[in-house]
Ligand binder design. Structure first.
Ligand code: PLP
Length: 361
């Protein structure tokens, strides 16, 4: 065909994500609703009661508020910032794209600390940026000294950091991020905190937005079990937010997502209780995986990596029993699967299934 996209797009590959592959399930004759999905870190105790009924009352015949005003006001109150410091997105992933669209151009240098979420590289490549990857020798423990050296050498326009990191669960400290920012100059730090709610001891990253070159990303799809609805937000200096609004498609967050977003923020109690239950489920998984000779790697988040030898084979075997785990080959970790806890009874089913598979192999 003579019609060609921009060269950056011709060479672009689709990202690899956890979650259900609908075509794969159809080929195996499994219904998506039958699958227990341990491959994504989405709160299984959410959304709180009453939300599904309230969704039915939403008027879908009118366009949504393009500014998502009520949602941004609620978030601002919760975070102690102004609504001008917030933009809502159709999931965090949309905001990663908007950041790249607004700030990157051909030839800009972008640093990505790997292994990590695919979409940073995709967003950078789309804009023609030059991607510099940093990866620790053990893939798990990044050296802040090495990263700051790299920043000084490369003077990037942007650095993408995932904190806690997907898939390792490593959570960088305030000192680590301060050291990185100190040498970043005029570049932007995109700090993806999609999983921050699942870290036990966090530090107050919101204060970083006064620096004027930090974009914090948060995901409501994970905290509140809204992965299918899609909802995320970014927090930053108001000039950055104004720029992101300029490149944001109109009505990017639909009426149902806006309404549900406001409602869940008014029900913080169920979220706190669900976190305690998730901690118990996580402990159960860690203890039993260790008992079965598959001890998880330490993680500051509630998801973790398990060395399964041939991870793709284990994933396939579990899937035939209706259980999904994340094969980490796309992260360059082909021996590992990533798991996030579900409810305690679902974790019990997972462990029983795994025991049967291990006995028969
Ligand atoms: C690090 C990271 N950021 C963002 C996302 C996407 O979140 P959302 O569902 O809010 O788009 C994911 C999803 O897997 C992720 O792992």
């Amino acid at each position: 065909m003579s019609l060609q996209p921009r060269p950056e797009i011709s060479s672009l590959k689709a990202g690899v994500h956890g979650g259900i592959n609908y075509a794969e399930l159809a080929a195996l004759g499994i219904e998506p609703c039958e699958v227990l999905d341990f491959s994504v870190c989405v709160n299984p105790y959410m959304p709180p009661p009453g939300i599904k009924r309230a969704m039915q009352a939403v008027n879908i015949t009118q366009y949504p508020d393009p500014q998502a005003t009520e949602l941004r006001e609620k978030l601002a109150g919760k975070l102690g910032v102004s609504p001008q410091n917030i933009i809502a997105g159709n999931g965090t992933t949309e905001l990663i794209r908007l950041a790249a669209l607004a700030y990157l151009q051909t030839g800009d240098t972008v640093i990505i600390v790997e292994p990590t979420y695919d979409d940073y590289e995709i967003a950078g490549r789309m804009m023609g940026a030059r991607i510099i990857r940093y990866r620790a020798k053990d893939s798990l423990t990044p050296s802040i000294t090495d990263i700051t050296e790299l920043i000084k050498q490369q003077q990037p326009k942007a650095i993408f950091l995932c904190n806690p990191n997907n898939p390792t669960g490593k959570y960088l400290s305030q000192d680590d991020i301060t050291a990185i920012l100190r040498c970043l100059g005029d570049g932007i730090l995109v700090l993806d905190e999609a999983y921050i709610s699942f870290v036990e001891k966090t530090w107050a990253s919101i204060a970083l937005i006064t620096k004027g070159n930090v974009l914090l990303l948060r995901s409501m799809t994970k905290d509140y079990g809204l992965a299918g609805l899609r909802l995320g937000y970014a927090v930053a200096h108001e000039e950055i937010i104004a720029i992101l609004h300029r490149v944001c498609p109109p009505w990017n967050v639909n009426v149902i997502a806006q309404k549900v977003g406001v409602m869940v923020l008014e029900k913080e109690d169920p979220l706190q209780k669900s976190k305690q239950k998730l901690q118990q489920a996580r402990q159960y998984l860690v203890q039993n995986l260790t008992r079965l000779g598959l001890p998880p790697l330490p993680s500051d988040a509630n998801f973790f990596l398990v060395n399964a030898g041939k991870a793709a084979v284990l994933r396939q075997k579990l899937l035939r029993h209706g259980i999904l785990v994340r094969d980490c080959a796309s992260f360059g970790l082909p021996e590992y699967v990533r798991l996030a806890p579900r409810t305690l009874s679902e974790c019990c089913r997972f462990i029983k299934t795994l025991e049967t598979i291990l006995k028969n192999s």
